[in-house]
Design a protein around this ligand. Sequence first.
Ligand code: PLP
Ligand code: TYF
Length: 397
Amino acid sequence: LFASVQLAPKDPIFGLTEAYVADQRADKVNLGVGVYYTDEGKVPLLKAVMKAEEAIVAKHSPRSYIPIEGPNPYNSAVQNLLFGAESSLMKDGRVITAECLGGTGALRVGADFIKRLNLNAPCAISNPTWENHRGIFESAGFEVLEYTYFDGVTRGVNFDGMVKSLESFPKYTTVLLHACCHNPTGADITEAQWRQVIEICKAKDLIPFLDMAYQGFAADIEKDGIAVRLFAESGMSFFVSSSFSKSFSLYGERVGALSIVTQSKDESTRVLSQLKRVIRTNYSNPPTHGAAIVASVLNSPDLRQLWEDELAEMRDRIKAMRHGLVEKLAAAGVKQDFAFIEAQRGMFSYSGLTVEQVERLQKEDGIYALSTGRICVAALNTKNIDKVAKAIARVLA
Ligand code: PLP
Ligand code: TYF
């Protein structure tokens, strides 16, 4: 039965973590996987999460099935976070939300749903993008195209190229857009550029799908939601996947959501009914614990404030590491201008390191980065940053 089964290639990110774990060097550094670590190098358990969880556990509730689309307190909290509590979308019944298994699950449920619309159109992802985007949409049966995104010279966005790509796509192409903190480059487009993207999506009948995995990691909840808010104002129908893996440090709980903005309350009812069929045939209904934590935090003013403070702490620590790395690289004698690291947003930076330089860092220093040169700035800390800066300076020399 399995004689002809080929060995699949390892996920490049998880494969790198395996190599890191096996490394015996005490001062090794993992800048590969996209996880936020504290200055002590630990995955944090947020105080807001701890408090919400204690209250949930103290109730010792039975674990019955929950609705196919997840609990209402969670879904409405997700909508408030994305669109703003005062958004007319909710009042007009123009948005539906379903709890999904992380951002990944939301993307997959959304992809399966769009496929069932039988539009016979491709999906387009940024070049480059998060590894899994292509796989998710291909698994759902899409042809996957790429749009121009990163400019290797400026280390920012090649927006003219992006516009040209978007304009070339056939009607009903699903365009996957990083709502903020682009993974892997850290380069985001501006508000004015978002407005242009929206005009193109409208003019060309493209289907916008915003992937929101890092809300709060660039500026704050409101500002990082700008793309979603602008699409909401545009009157278009669109999709948003949310992930709370990073912003609540709840990676393993698999907490995410898919939101779909429609044209009317009646459309929402029909869309939700079909979305529930997609979910029902995938995993029937979502898990309870992680979403219960997120809902209690977001729906309690005190816990919400505590969470936003903790999120700000994570964000500020990453910014301090960006600043520190730029300074320390210069101090180590690096001639190239690394100021772009401070301009990039979120957990990642496309450092511009070559495959060979990344290999040398791994071999000679036990510093692990992706072969594309992506480094997770959120894994730097006051104990490892000097070593990392010196090693990078050495491989650049
Ligand atoms: N989308 C992007 C851009 C990501 O970087 C990630 C990874 O963390 C996800 C989606 C998936 O997140 P989750 O772990 O919640 O599935
Ligand atoms: O890009 C990253 O490193 C994170 C973590 O299949 C991750 O998004 C990596 C691979 C994966 C899921 C999450």
